[in-house]
Design a binder for this molecule. Structure first.
Ligand code: HAM
Length: 428
């Protein structure tokens, strides 16, 4: 016997009893993006590795440890996208969008790939809902992105969350802060975790958001970036906080919030939920005013966010969120005897042409089994066609909700079902 293969660790099959929940989320989210005037954008699943190395940063965990990278037959190094922002910016620059559209507002719903250690809420293929606004340096766009991310979360009745906000400065002020921080961390070098020891010289900011208790104790008294922000960054940060206050968005300042991607400048934020385990970020984002230059383009400011669908799903399941129902056929056509098959098929295809969801018996089962199947599928009506009925030019239609049965002329079947379907549609 041949072995049945399984999906790869850290990936997940989404079967129909779950896919309708994904569709529900996606439909609602698309509507919200429309309301905020964001258009959908799709980019390839893989890109040249260099895009992510330059865009996200060689020193990040994502680039140095987590990417699915392979060589194609032509010897080009390719990588399955670990995130979308670099791809969106690449496409923006490649298609010279800046010459046509002053502020490019796009959204995406897409799988991403990172070779992390799988655990609850952390997969190797996961899915993000995200948005990017490219072309404006203004803090109101940061506010719009944050408002949009929160709108999505609240639209699914998630109330238990915290918005964490920080400014990570820019190329003018961050280097000086990094140096001060490095000096501070050097003093406590022996107390740091191994990971953080490695980061002190290379990327000291990452020590700030370490989850290790030893690091946290050191970081507690570290110098804060706020004292080192340049005038421009400080002003932008004050403006953003002012706008969030004005539109009633609550946030918690977190000077230790450093995101795992190097392209951020100024605003960085995360939305975390106590309903998630150690992977508590539902969404994260921020401003990336230098990414375009890093990718060889002109200076183009941008800001965006991405939300992890699997993580949101965990919260929704926990909250017993109502996803609606799996779609089901309205009609099941049951028949007995192979000589009635074509008659049944004709009915089914006529109903389908009228866009009435229907199913018919495709396994030659007994009438009893067919009725059981119709019940299992939750249909509203079963059309039963048998020799006797046909001889009388009639069929039986059973209302599975009320249990009533009707004798209906064959020529009237379509009429009967169509009118019931219209009635049902008008009451829903
Ligand atoms: P990120 O924080 O790396 O940001 O990912 C955003 C969200 O994706 C996380 O908050 C989390 O919900 C989800 N996520 C990340 N990794 C995993 C994983 N291994 N398994 C399940 N879910 C995961 C970005 O990707 C940026 N591109 C966001 C952004 C857009 N910044 C500006 N624009």
């Amino acid at each position: 016997m041949k072995k049945i293969l399984k999906n790869v660790r850290g990936t997940k099959d989404i079967l129909p009893d779950e896919s309708y929940k994904w569709q529900h989320i996606e439909q609602r989210v698309r509507k919200i993006f429309e309301v905020y005037n964001y258009k959908e954008m799709r980019t390839p699943i893989f890109e040249e590795t260099e895009l992510f190395a330059r865009g996200i940063g060689e020193l990040t965990d994502i680039v140095s440890k987590e990417m699915y990278t392979f060589f194609d037959k032509g010897g080009t190094s390719l990588t399955l996208k670990p995130e979308m922002t670099a791809s969106v910016m690449r496409a923006y620059l490649q298609h010279e969008v800046n010459k046509q559209i002053p502020l490019f507002k796009v959204y995406y719903i897409s799988p991403m790939f990172r070779q992390e250690r799988p655990q609850a809420g952390r997969l190797r293929q996961f899915h993000q809902i995200g948005a990017e606004a490219i072309g404006s340096p203004n803090s109101e766009v940061d506010a719009e992105i944050i408002a949009l991310a929160l709108h999505i979360i609240e639209n699914f009745d998630i109330k238990n969350y915290t918005l964490k906000l920080n400014s990570v400065g820019c190329q003018n002020c961050r280097p000086a802060y990094k140096e001060v921080l490095r000096e501070y961390l050097r003093k406590f070098y022996d107390l740091l975790s191994e990971d953080s020891k490695n980061r002190v010289e290379r990327n000291p900011l990452r020590v700030l958001d370490s989850k290790d208790e030893k690091d946290k104790a050191v970081v507690e008294n570290a110098p804060l970036i706020y004292e080192y922000l340049c005038g421009n960054c400080a002003e932008h940060f004050e403006e953003l906080k002012g706008i969030l206050d004005a539109i009633g968005i609550k946030y918690e300042l977190d000077p230790f919030l450093v995101r795992g991607l190097d392209y951020y400048t100024k605003t960085a934020f995360e939305i975390i939920s106590p309903d998630l385990g150690s992977q508590d970020a539902i969404a994260g984002g921020g401003r990336y005013d230098l990414l375009s230059k890093e990718l060889g383009g002109p200076e183009v400011p941008g800001v965006g966010f991405a939300l992890g669908i699997e993580r949101m799903m965990l919260i929704l399941e926990k909250n017993a969120y109502n996803f609606g129902e799996v779609s089901k056929p309205f009609v099941y056509v049951a028949y007995l005897g192979s000589n009635l098959r074509n008659f049944a098929l004709n009915i089914v295809f006529s109903l389908r042409k009228k866009m009435i969801p229907c199913e018919m018996e495709l396994l030659n089962r007994s009438l009893k089994s067919q009725m059981r199947e119709a019940d299992r599928q939750g249909v509203r009506f079963v059309v039963i066609i048998g020799e006797d009925e046909l001889r009388n030019n009639k069929c039986t239609i059973r209302d599975m909700k009320s249990g009533e049965q009707f004798g209906v002329e064959l020529s009237q079947i379509l009429e009967f079902i169509t009118s019931r379907y219209a009635q049902e549609a008008s009451t829903n």
